[in-house]
Design a protein around this ligand. Sequence first.
Ligand SMILES: [Zn+2]
Length: 99
Amino acid sequence: MSIILCEDRSPEPEDKFHGSLYGYSGKGCRCAECREAARLYAQKYRRSDKGSKAARKSASRNNFIRQEALAWVRQNHPEVIIELEGRWNKKLDNSTVGQ
Ligand SMILES: [Zn+2]
């Protein structure tokens, strides 16, 4: 897919796709108007029944993969887990996670 680079300017008559999802997805335009249209579309989708269900399914799948990967590393490279746990504990001590 080729990406059309638009400058921030008022759309010309032949550039009627600007500010539409078609401009962003169909034309691959990344001007401010097309990005805003895509952002609003994505926001509306995530708030819909279908979108929120898809987000939960995706989060659940990602969590499963994360746990499986971690279990595999723990099994095959326990030294990596020890290193990572040290890093995680440091980060968690310095953040507000869990407060
Ligand atoms: Zn555009």
